[in-house]
Design a protein around this ligand. Structure first.
Ligand SMILES: [Zn+2]
Ligand SMILES: [Zn+2]
Length: 268
C-alpha cells in the first residue's frame, strides 16, 4: 500500500456509521500507509473507538477519540469533536439519543417507501447496519430489491434531502454540540465549511467556543484551503484536516488529506 501524504488524518468513517471498513481495518490501513495519528469520526457515534484502540496496540498509530456530530444552526452543520472523554455521561446520553432517532427515522422512511410502491423487508433493513443505521443502508436495500438500479438513483429519486421518502433526523443545536465536546474535555472543529457554504455562521460559532475550522478537506479547492486557513488565523482558532475516508471510491484515501502537525488543531 502506497505511503499517505500526511502523518495525521482527523476525519474518517468506519462500519459503525457509513464507512465500509471496520474500525480495526482502518487502523491497519493507517499503519500500512504511514499515518501515525488518526481520529475515527463516525457520525454521532463513538462505538468504534474501543476496537480501533485495541487494533492500534503494537502498531505505530495513535487513535484519538473522535466524533462527527449532526448539528443545526439555521442549516445543517457537522461539528467534529476530538480528544474528549468518550465515557462522559451526557455525551453517552446524546449518542444513545442519536442512535434511537436514526432507528425511528429509518422506520419512518421505510413506511414512506411502502406508500410510494417500493416495499422493503423492514426487519432485514433495520438489522443490516453494523453500527448506526443511515440512508446508505436503505439505498442499498432498494438496489437489492430491484426498485432502483444504483445507490445514486435511490438518493436522487427518494432519499435526498427534501425527496419523497426523506425524513429529517434529530440535530443537536451547533452551540450545544460545541459545549458538550468542551465539557467532555475535547476540541470542536467545524467540518468541511466549504461544502456547507456557512462562512457567515462561523463568527457566531467561534463566539460559542468553536476551537478550529476543518480547512483541509478533499472537497475543498486549494483556494478554499487558503481561505479557511486565513479565516482561522483571523478569528484566532486552529485548523483541522482529514480525508473523510469512507471507502476506496471516495475523493481521498486515508492520509491523503490531513495535517502535518497536531498543534495546528489548537491554533499552534
Ligand atoms: Zn460531514
Ligand atoms: Zn465525515
Amino acid at each position: 500500500m502506497s505511503q499517505a501524504r500526511f502523518p495525521i488524518d482527523l476525519h474518517m468513517h468506519s462500519t459503525r456509521s457509513d464507512g465500509d471498513r471496520p474500525p480495526a481495518r482502518l487502523v491497519e490501513m493507517a499503519a500500512a500507509r504511514g499515518v501515525r495519528i488518526i481520529a475515527l469520526t463516525d457520525h454521532d457515534s463513538v462505538a468504534g473507538l474501543e476496537e480501533a484502540r485495541a487494533a492500534s496496540e503494537g502498531l505505530d498509530v495513535t487513535v484519538l477519540a473522535g466524533i462527527e456530530l449532526s448539528t443545526w444552526r439555521d442549516q445543517e452543520l457537522h461539528i467534529l469533536g476530538y480528544d474528549f472523554d468518550p465515557l462522559y455521561p451526557p455525551l453517552v446520553e446524546i449518542v444513545a439519543h442519536f442512535a434511537g432517532d436514526r432507528l425511528r427515522r429509518a422506520a419512518a422512511t421505510l413506511d414512506k417507501l411502502d406508500a410510494l410502491g417500493c416495499p422493503l423487508d423492514h426487519a432485514a433493513v433495520l438489522s443490516s447496519a453494523k453500527g448506526v443505521i443511515g440512508r446508505p443502508h436503505i439505498a442499498q436495500a432498494l438496489v437489492e430489491a430491484g426498485h432502483v438500479r444504483a445507490v445514486e438513483d435511490a438518493f436522487r429519486r427518494f432519499l435526498r434531502n427534501g425527496g419523497p421518502a426523506y425524513v429529517p433526523l434529530f440535530r443537536l443545536p451547533s452551540e450545544a454540540a460545541i459545549a458538550l465536546i468542551h465539557e467532555a474535555g475535547g476540541v470542536a472543529s467545524l467540518a468541511h465549511p466549504g461544502v456547507e457554504d456557512a462562512d457567515h455562521l462561523i463568527p457566531a460559532l467561534v463566539e460559542a467556543g468553536l476551537d478550529a475550522i476543518e480547512a483541509h478537506h478533499p472537497a475543498h479547492s486549494d483556494a478554499q484551503v487558503r481561505h479557511y486557513q486565513a479565516l482561522a488565523a483571523r478569528l484566532g482558532v486552529g485548523v483541522s484536516g482529514g480525508s473523510d475516508f469512507h471507502h476506496d471510491e471516495g475523493r481521498a484515501s486515508l492520509g491523503d488529506c490531513g495535517l502535518l502537525d497536531l498543534s495546528a488543531l489548537r491554533g499552534g
